[in-house]
Design a protein around this ligand. Structure first.
Ligand SMILES: [Zn+2]
Length: 319
């Protein structure tokens, strides 16, 4: 008899324990993907709830700082803090959001020139650009494309000589990279990883092919640029457009044109983000570079590579 009672008691205890554990694990299974996040103004990201099929109601305690959509997409609006709440039945899950301003113009950026070279590296132009920069003791930024084995040394040299390396994209082919968000992200991350493996630098700096204001992407995906600018900021990337264009990929016919396009548009009252290219065969900028640097130095400008404090010089989005 005693033995039977014992077995029954053990059995009941086991049932109770399993019931308790089940409720506990059910409660613990509902999770929010992030409980804390710092974002820059303009950044967007998705909050996700896992472990439930129930309806989720999203709210932001300060919609001026950040809003949240019915699907959990958070958009950072202005500097401050807010709490995003997801209500699932009686349960509430929270994520604290801190919104910061992106670096803006300041005393530090006045009269600074940020030379940027896109679409490289190329075996015949990039080494010569690097030679000039070295000779003139100027630091610049290179937004590169995918590179061959033989051009790996140029990527290494860019980093070794103190320039900033950024992602332009594995490919520059608009029809491929702007057909979807997924395609675009893959185009950025695949190159970012490749550069990191080669140099140890995990760059967060990028420039959209065609700039963030490009209209060409309309042909492949309507509204994609509006999505991507917030998406990339939300993922911790900084994208840089420009406010001075050398015209070396279009309008400028000679290196004199490049020289004029750059020097005429420089200003001492702001930072100057100068768009140039070091793709194969582009001798226009190469042949104007020393003259541009000498002009700028003579007129009191300073050169810097893009860093943490560099303003974005964002273009308005057109798609
Ligand atoms: Zn480009």
């Amino acid at each position: 008899m005693n033995k039977v009672v014992k077995i029954i008691v053990i059995f009941l205890v086991a049932i109770c324990m399993s019931a308790i554990m089940q409720t506990k694990s059910n409660a613990a299974d509902i999770e929010i993907s992030k409980t804390k996040k710092t974002l820059y103004v303009g950044a967007e990201f998705n909050l996700k709830i896992t472990g439930t099929n129930k309806k989720i109601t999203w709210t932001s305690s300060n919609k001026k700082v950040a809003t949240v959509s019915s699907k959990g997409r958070v958009k950072a609006k202005k500097k401050g803090t807010t709490e995003i709440t997801a209500k699932v039945g009686k349960q509430k899950l929270k994520c604290s959001i801190k919104v910061k301003n992106l670096p803006g113009e300041s005393k530090k950026t006045k009269g600074v020139i940020y030379l940027t070279f896109d679409d490289g590296p190329s075996a015949n132009i990039t080494p010569k650009v690097l030679d000039i920069l070295k000779k003139e003791k100027v630091k610049a930024t290179f937004f590169v494309l995918n590179y061959s084995k033989s051009n790996e040394k140029l990527i290494k040299r860019i980093v070794k000589e103190g320039h900033t390396i950024g992602v332009h994209g594995y490919s520059h082919e608009y029809s491929k990279i702007y057909k979807s968000k997924k395609a675009f992200l893959n185009n950025v991350y695949s190159l970012q990883e490749k550069i990191e493996k080669l140099t140890g630098v995990k760059t967060k700096y990028m420039r959209f092919p065609g700039g963030s204001s490009n209209t060409v992407s309309r042909h492949y995906s309507k509204g994609i640029m509006s999505k991507l600018v917030g998406e990339m900021l939300g993922r911790g990337f900084r994208y840089y457009d420009w406010n001075v264009s050398s015209g070396d990929a279009g309008g400028a016919k000679t290196s004199n044109d490049v020289y004029r396009n750059v020097t005429r548009n420089l200003s001492k009252n702001r930072g100057n983000m100068v768009l140039c290219h070091d793709f194969a065969g582009n001798t226009k900028t190469l042949n104007a570079l020393t003259k541009i640097i000498k002009y700028a130095k003579k007129n009191g400008y300073k050169f810097k590579a893009i860093d943490e404090d560099t303003p974005l010089y964002k273009h308005p989005v057109n798609n």
